[in-house]
Design a binder for this molecule. Structure first.
Ligand code: NAD
Ligand code: WQD
Length: 346
């Protein structure tokens, strides 16, 4: 059977690269587009060493209409798209809201606008638990109301989902929005992983960088939340488990198995882990001592968010499989490999 050709936007990024590996291993042919604003072309060699295949890559900014048009003209056989490309730093989005709206929404609009006319748009979209804001009930199910966004970044995800819903309802397009909780971890090979630019905002890379001495001390933001140990609770989902869910969602669209043309699913483990528990797990798994101290609450943090994953379990047949220990071990392996390689190149 001829392989489907899949467009992966943001495919050199963190989640995009892990999903690309899974897609290649599942037999898909890929065209990756990325402007490398938050990733490196070296990731393509990483994907190649894991899979034995170097995917086709086009460096472009998705806001550029002419270039997006060209992608589809030169690849009329693209069957579907997984759309990861976006700016994702919550704090930065407060400083540069227009940049976030421009980047994240124009990229989506161009994708929809230039998708080949001869077959309807099929798209898996990277959404986020951020669309639920500070939820009234835990765990958060897909029935939980969409709340006003707590950041311009979060608002781009809410608006993008609305654009997709409107588009799907007026065309023959099909879409699955995947609402990720907190993705962490790396490929077990240690060859690809998360590569934040500058000081990491997210907990896991801050922990691994602190353990290696790249950062001096981890600050735990807030110790007086209404949670079992006073620190915030999140649902940390392994990036490879997440990647596998994309392959399942893609196949659901391609095989026309959807119940409705716009579907959305939570992707998490269903288990809440506190910041302090995460620090303790890290110390246990890696036998590293972590310098940490308590600091004031971080603006915009909600006390507790974790997913009800029943819908994804039952309808997609997907379930997070990796243990937190495995996920932390992979994140640690990746960080050590990356720093070794970086020192080697200096
Ligand atoms: P990432 O920054 O590692 O990957 C995104 C990629 O998109 C980067 O390689 C970047 O260079 C590229 N990109 C950005 N704007 C572009 C543009 N205009 N044209 C072409 N390429 C562009 O981020 P990630 O963590 O892999 O996230 C992937 C997706 O998942 C994003 O849409 C993000 O909002 C969403 N998401 C991420 C998380 C998370 O915590 N990582 C959680 C929920 C949702
Ligand atoms: C996790 C916990 C921090 C860093 C973000 C986005 C969300 C989604 C996932 C994209 C919090 C604490 C962190 C540190 C700490 N992304 N922390 N010290 O904020 O839950 O979610 O990523 O859609 O939209 O907001 O993730 O990793 O930043 O924080 O104590 O140095 O770790 O306060 O409780 P967050 P995070």
């Amino acid at each position: 059977m001829k392989k489907h050709k899949i467009l992966v936007t943001g495919g050199t990024g963190y989640i995009g690269s892990h999903t690309s590996v899974e897609l290649i291993q599942a037999g898909y042919e890929l065209v990756i587009i990325d402007n490398l604003s938050n990733s490196s072309e070296k990731v393509l060699s990483g994907i190649e060493s894991i899979t034995g295949t170097k995917p086709e890559f086009i460096q472009l900014d998705m806001r550029d209409e002419a270039l997006m048009k060209q992608v589809f003209e030169s690849h009329p056989d693209i069957s579907a798209c997984i759309h990861f490309a976006a700016l994702k730093a919550v704090g930065e989005s407060h400083e540069k809201p227009l940049e976030y709206y421009d980047n994240n929404l124009k990229s989506l609009l161009n994708l929809l606008k230039f998708f080949p006319e001869h077959h309807p748009v099929k798209i898996v979209f990277s959404s986020s638990c951020t669309v639920y804001g500070n939820p009234d009930e835990l765990p958060v199910s897909e029935q939980s109301p969409i709340k006003p966004a707590m950041s311009p970044y979060g608002n781009t995800k809410r608006i993008a989902e609305e654009i997709l819903q409107d588009y799907v309802s007026s065309t023959k397009a099909a879409c699955i929005a995947l609402r990720y909780f907190n993705p962490i971890g790396a490929h077990p090979s240690g060859i690809i992983g998360e590569l934040p630019q500058g000081v990491p905002n997210n907990l896991m890379p801050f922990i691994t960088q602190t353990a290696l001495g790249v950062r001096e001390t981890l600050q735990i933001f807030g110790k007086d939340y209404d949670t079992p140990d006073g620190t915030c609770v999140r649902d940390y989902i392994d990036v490879l488990d997440l990647a596998k869910a994309h392959v399942i969602a893609l196949e659901r669209i391609l095989n026309k198995n959807q119940e409705t043309n716009y579907e959305f699913f939570n992707l998490g483990t269903g288990k809440g882990v506190s910041v302090l528990e995460m620090v303790n797990h890290f110390q246990d798994v890696t036998a590293q001592k972590l310098n940490y101290k308590f600091a004031p609450r971080r603006a915009g943090d909600v006390p507790s968010v974790y997913a009800d994953t029943t819908k994804a379990n039952q309808i997609l047949g997907w379930k997070a499989e990796k243990s937190i220990a495995e996920t932390i071990a992979n994140a640690w392996k990746w960080e050590m490999n990356y720093r070794k390689q970086e020192n080697h190149e200096k």
